[in-house]
Design a protein around this ligand. Structure first.
Ligand code: AMP
Length: 252
């Protein structure tokens, strides 16, 4: 079985986000970019499945500008066998377009599993996995915190984190899985593997070659900083707190 993993290049989680002065988006010039943390978890899960002998190949895919090749090099250094870069230039590619691109790649590559992060930490959409599962008419296990494959019966048992606890579902393969934070601890790429990954070939395709039209179905009107939080106050007693909650905040 082949596993396809979608990895997105995003502003590094440790960077303090700055809004561009013209409020058209978030500043990305001279900003450290990395693989989306949930995508690292998705890749780690695919590598563990391959290492357990249940899959033969892990293919990493990224959609976006030329620099996505760096994210794919990281994926190769972590252990992916192959990488595909869908070069979308500088266009902002919304989740539905990414989902259509992934559908086209899935139809070409025929993986048994498509693993994605549950969300990208730049737009926090949490949509792509669900959309591609819908487009492919595949079963989906979102927010996975545990994945067990039964290759013989072509099934996957997925524990998923829902509001009230953990829900366990059984999926028919092929399926789409999106990863939650507690699924695993991704590995670091070692220096020798980083060096080896430099010489690996990354296949490049365009959305047009996959017959996907990049339609901007989301218009970003303005991006602004959240309002600054006001300083807190220290109260002298519980009675004062209750009084404030009742009469000022009006939550009691
Ligand atoms: P989102 O729906 O935008 O929150 O993204 C959820 C997941 O979809 C991400 O964690 C990735 O696995 C995948 N994804 C979204 N956008 C891209 C992209 N441009 N390239 C590769 N994977 C993506």
């Amino acid at each position: 079985m082949k596993i396809m993993v979608a990895v997105k290049r995003v502003v590094d989680y440790a960077v303090k986000i700055r809004v561009k002065p013209d409020k058209t988006g978030v500043e990305t010039t001279n900003v450290k970019m990395s693989m989306n943390p949930f995508c690292e978890i998705a890749l780690e899960e695919a590598l563990r499945i391959r290492e357990s002998g249940l899959a033969k190949e892990v293919v990493a895919v990224s959609v976006g500008p030329t620099q996505c090749a760096d994210t794919l090099r990281t994926a190769l250094a972590m252990g992916a066998d192959r990488a595909v870069h869908v070069d979308a230039g500088t266009a902002n590619v919304p989740p539905l377009s990414v989902a259509k691109i992934l559908r086209a790649l899935v139809q070409a590559e025929q993986p048994g599993l498509l693993i994605l992060g549950k969300q990208a930490i730049d737009d926090d959409c949490n949509q792509t996995g669900q959309m591609v599962a819908g487009l492919l008419k595949w079963s989906q296990g979102t927010f996975a915190s545990k994945v067990v494959l039964d290759k013989e019966n072509q099934k996957a048992t997925v524990e998923r984190e829902v509001d009230g606890g953990i829900e366990t579902i059984c999926l028919d393969l092929p399926a789409v899985i999106t990863t939650d934070l507690r699924l695993n601890q991704p590995r670091y790429a070692t220096l020798p593997n980083i060096m080896k990954a430099k010489s690996k070939v990354i296949k490049k395709v365009t959305p047009e070659e996959l017959n996907v039209e990049l339609r901007p179905d989301i218009e970003i009107v303005q991006v602004t900083e959240p309002p600054k939080r006001k300083a807190g106050v220290i109260l002298s007693s519980v009675d004062e707190l209750i009084d404030k909650l009742k009469n000022e905040a009006r939550v009691l």
